[in-house]
Design a protein. Sequence first.
Length: 83
Amino acid sequence: MTESGKAREMFLLGMESFRSNGRLELEELDRIIALGLEDGSLDPAERSILIDIISSMSSKDLTPEVWLRVEQIVQVFQLDGPV
């Protein structure tokens, strides 16, 4: 799959998760990450989509478990820096 195709697939998976129950569950977030990492790393498009997905969440959308995972993801993939 192309770079943009994988990022698009991540985006669609994130939107499907939000549509199903209005929030992103831990398993869904982990599937999105795994999809981006299938080739071993997040490319710029995948990283950007991940930032968009995380940025669209609010504390009311997240369980404490998911919030902890988001914090880990931001740190591990340095999502608080430039794309």
